[in-house]
Design a protein around this ligand. Sequence first.
Ligand code: HEM
Ligand SMILES: *[C@@H]1O[C@H](CO)[C@@H](O)[C@H](O)[C@H]1NC(C)=O
Ligand SMILES: *[C@@H]1O[C@H](CO)[C@@H](O)[C@H](O)[C@H]1NC(C)=O
Length: 450
Amino acid sequence: MVGKQFVALLGSPLLVAGFPHIAEMLEKQKMQERQVGVPALVPFPEFPGSPAHALYDKFDPGSQRVSTSGEHEFRAPGPGDIRGPCAGLNAAANHGYLPRDGIATAESVNTGLWEAFGLDKTATLFLQTATMFFDGDPISGRWSIGYHSDETNSLGLLGDLLGNQTGICAYGHLKTEADASITRGDWLAPEMNSNCASYPVFAQELLDLAKKRTGGNITPQVLAEHSYNRKQYSIANNPNYFSPPYAGVAFTFGAHMFAFELLANHSAEEPRGFLTPEVFESFFSYTRDENDQLVFTYGHERIPDNWYKRADDDAWTLSDILISTAQQCASYPSACQVGGNTGEVNSFSGVNVGDLSGGLINSVEDLSDPARMGCFIRQAIQADVPSFLDKVFNGATLNTLLGLVDTMLTPALQGLGACEGIPAGRSMFEYGSEYPGAKIVQEGPRNPYK
Ligand code: HEM
Ligand SMILES: *[C@@H]1O[C@H](CO)[C@@H](O)[C@H](O)[C@H]1NC(C)=O
Ligand SMILES: *[C@@H]1O[C@H](CO)[C@@H](O)[C@H](O)[C@H]1NC(C)=O
């Protein structure tokens, strides 16, 4: 049992010692009585991610101001241009930081998301590579930032389209996109079930919570609480709610953090960023009607004029994504569970993570350690990618792509940790039978309520 040894190593205080701020959170968590109705066992940090961000105190208007004119002027998507569930990718495409047609390429993702938002290359390399394997075409590196597009397909020797990629929403469900998003719907829910579009009722809930907690501005703590609320809502309203390790536990929460860490404005007084409701609404494609109610327009996400991104030397990195996701698990352990409803509302049942991860993770508390979180995500992606590829591609193309897993995907996962000697995880979709929401279906009728 190679795995056992590794687990013993990870379980040692040494690893958590690398993250003293989380070790401290866990201590407090242990001391606190678990009270029903108090979701946060310990407060989610005011400044999540690496502790250095909490001390950042510089502001350089010249390099932080993001251009919204000339080649980066706002242009609404035209016919055939694709937009999807990601506020950041949509805004980047509307301002020419990504291709305006909505088909992402490796080059544009790596440079565009840095220029527009200060998302570090450790993160974009990982996200770009994982997303092209899950939702796009690993041969050309292209993927759609919304629903399926024929534009992402490579041509085979005979000029045939190779495979039928999903893009990141609709049938891309559970690969990168998952339930209980900030404002998007759950794809298999009875109502409000577009996983590409944003719903004003969820956006309003976020704004109301911010008003209650801070007087108006949206903070990481507000977003962490909103994420918990959205998962509770899905459990209570979506019989098919399901949360797999990567798309559900890590990615959905990662997107909640992006909403502050990458969309907040910056100034000399607020070098760590501040996110007003107005800036949030612009980035999420909301306007107000004559009664001051939120109105969503599909795909018109906009970088506000005179907006300052985070500083280059304070970039948001892949480690920050892992650390903040681990911090979520310390504060809101129930929101960090892998599992779902079993066909009825309020029937949430957790997957045995010890079994899923071959003993790497045995409880939610283990996931409060960023190093273990990284290896858990890495294991999940490696276990799931071959089964996703198998559904999209076939024949010689499939073999070529399975070969690329070793040469292209595995190196891009290094940022999650070397994770030497960890046991192979099992694919999430082996657990499908108990969870109606856990099936991967590529086309045809999917939502039972439509
Ligand atoms: C290659 C990079 C990226 C990929 C593949 C990606 C993909 C996605 C996906 C699939 C979702 C839906 C998640 C869910 O179902 O909960 C999402 C949501 C989101 N993303 Fe991204 N994203 C990327 C980069 C960014 C960047 C750079 C930003 C901010 C500047 C951003 C901000 C957001 C936000 C705020 C949401 C939540 C939207 C909502 O729920 O209403 N993302 N992204
Ligand atoms: C490809 O998949 C999409 C859904 O992602 C579906 O609408 C389309 O019909 C499929 N095309 C082919 C050629 O199978
Ligand atoms: C961003 O902050 C700066 C400094 O406070 C301010 O001048 C600017 O108007 C803000 N931008 C937006 C879009 O709110």
